[in-house]
Design a protein around this ligand. Structure first.
Ligand code: GAR
Length: 216
């Protein structure tokens, strides 16, 4: 069966992008990374993608008159590569409503909190400030409402006494790198559906869409 072609959007480091690339290189993985688009020329992730020969494109948001015109060019870049799923991986631009509507049900994001808690920016600091004992990450479909689309899977980690934004971020990030490839696999296998604004995943073991890590 033909592999699902995934287009990744990044703005920076690209460690989630790298995790998806690594997964796609494993035998039997049902998706391939068709291209990586960055809105920033200096995104470190671009070099990592180029080194392994993945097509990359920089589409700087600067110089665009509005969000939608930028979004339409990003979309065209993905369509050129026959992309069937857009995965946001640390893409730090708010999209116009056009993009998530055009890619409805075909665009996912990873966010470093257990949504709907702590949307937006400085997410891990928000969790620390709130004093929660558990945080984590969420993979969800993207809708025009920021960080609010149907939740597909989550990974939970403890928040430990003495945690800083850095230590908590690192603990969550390790789970992000496990969760994102898992969700892309399920999507490529055609297991994920959306009904009534909620996502469901067919034929996976009970609880498989929630990872727990007690590691410090
Ligand atoms: C990740 O923690 C990701 O969840 C977060 O940015 C980081 C990107 O790291 N995304 C968001 O906050 C989106 N709202 P990476 O570039 O190394 O993948």
């Amino acid at each position: 069966m033909a592999k699902l072609k995934v287009g990744i959007l990044i703005s920076g480091r690209g460690s989630n992008m790298a995790a998806l690339i690594r997964a796609a290189q494993t035998t039997g993985y049902p998706a391939e990374i068709a291209c990586v688009v960055s809105n920033r020329e200096d995104a470190a992730g671009l070099d990592a993608a180029r080194k392994i020969g993945i097509p990359t494109e920089v589409i700087s948001h600067r110089g665009y008159p509005d969000r939608e015109t930028f979004d339409r060019d990003v979309s065209a870049a993905f369509e050129k590569h026959d992309v069937g799923l857009v995965a946001l991986a640390g893409f730090m631009r708010i999209q116009s409503a056009w993009f998530p509507e055009h890619w409805a049900g075909r665009q996912i994001n990873i966010h470093p909190s257990l949504l709907p808690a702590f949307p937006g920016l400085h997410v891990q600091q928000q969790a620390l400030d709130a004093g929660v004992r558990v945080s984590g990450c969420t993979v969800h479909f993207v809708t025009p409402d920021l960080d609010a689309g149907p939740i597909i899977a989550q990974a939970a980690v403890p928040v430990l006494a003495g945690d800083t934004e850095e230590t908590l971020s690192a603990r969550i990030l390790r789970q992000e790198h496990l969760l994102y490839p898992l969700v892309v696999r399920w999507f490529a296998e055609g297991r994920i559906a959306i009904a009534d604004g909620r996502a469901s995943i067919r034929d996976i073991p009970p609880g498989a869409s929630l990872l727990f890590s007690a590691e410090p």
